[in-house]
Design a binder for this molecule. Sequence first.
Ligand SMILES: [Zn+2]
Length: 446
Amino acid sequence: MFRQTALGGLAAALLASTALADPVAITGVRLIDGTGADPVENAVIVIEDGVITAAGADVDVPEGADIRDHDGATVIPGLISAHNHVGMVDGMDAGGHNYTREIIEGELAQYRRYGVTTTTSLGNNPTLFLEIREDAQAGRLDGADLYGTYQGIGAPDGAPPIDVTDDQIHRPRTADEARAAVDGMAEAGGDLVKIWMDDLHGDAERLTPEVYTAVIETAHGHGLRVAAHVHDLEEAEAMIAAGADILAHGIRDAEVSASFAAELAERGTWYIPTLQLDEATFVWADAPDWTEEPFVRAGMHPDLIATVEQADWREATLGEDGTDRARQALAMNQRNLAILHQAGVPIGFGTDSGATPLRVIGVAEHRELELMVEAGLSPMDALVIATADSARLLDLDDRGTLEPGRRADLVILSGNPLDDIANTRTIVEVWQRGEAVSSEIAAQEE
Ligand SMILES: [Zn+2]
């Protein structure tokens, strides 16, 4: 009896606190709502219980509202990454042994501080992932919300070429092994199935058609969509023909044809360019001014800062074959993004940040926006891709835009990103589920 009463009392208290919570109103802002609609000046955003109830210029501030005036600031939806990784890196150390709750919670906090309120760990996730994902989605963690794929399917002696533990990946040799692996992953949980299709610049065997066809068919049988790691056009074509739903990287060896673009658009295949991935290979060695900004340094592990400040490391990096290859890959990736976006292919937002020490969580996402604009997309296009479109890619209809009924995951900026996309770095506050959860990252240099 006592137990029942206590529970009843707790439930009543929770209900009461919910019912009595005052609405919050963010006032005086330029609203970029993520739908691609023109920005609204002097807008009001009303939030109740973590959800937006009204947003626009003609919105009345409700009586008793907690008013947060941000006159002259710009508000965008929280960024949504559809391709990154967690638990792979600790400073300059990379590998599956970094898959710990402590490291991952730190990474999720960093994503959120940089305005990425939802992330997707696309592969190499052992069982611990399922637990952390559940905690994140229930709002029990101080960090970005987390989606992703349990484990993944790689080639027996090939991609991914990274140090992962046996419980992070399957490397099936036959269709039967592939089906068993996908059955096991689907039963455990996760949002998508990840497959690696890459000959690593000709150095490794790719998955065979027998195996990848079995993976995709089995995943679809479980109602799970398949995200395919690809690098070359030939790999992307094979994945499309076999029915993959998402190309998780841009095509970087050759320009795509108009017919290929039309096919992706018609099938509605998602394309996540991950432009920053190749830039990360050389940019710390090139060391342009932005790499030294406080906003960027604040996201870098001290060991990474110590590394990139060594002149001999920078020189050695610039001399590597992979560096020139990465520059060419980035240029081709940007060209293909422009073609595919123009053709109406749905584009997702992701960087592969967190997969290696040089791909800096949060920083990579702001650079990705700049690289998309450099490729020819408008700042508005880039923002829609990084918010509403990536929510759609993840099948999340509760976030991604600042419209009534959506979660109040948002970023308040002092600068206008439509004037200069680099203004997404002028973070004043990040909000998640209707609460301000962090403020300015580091003072910006003039
Ligand atoms: Zn990846």
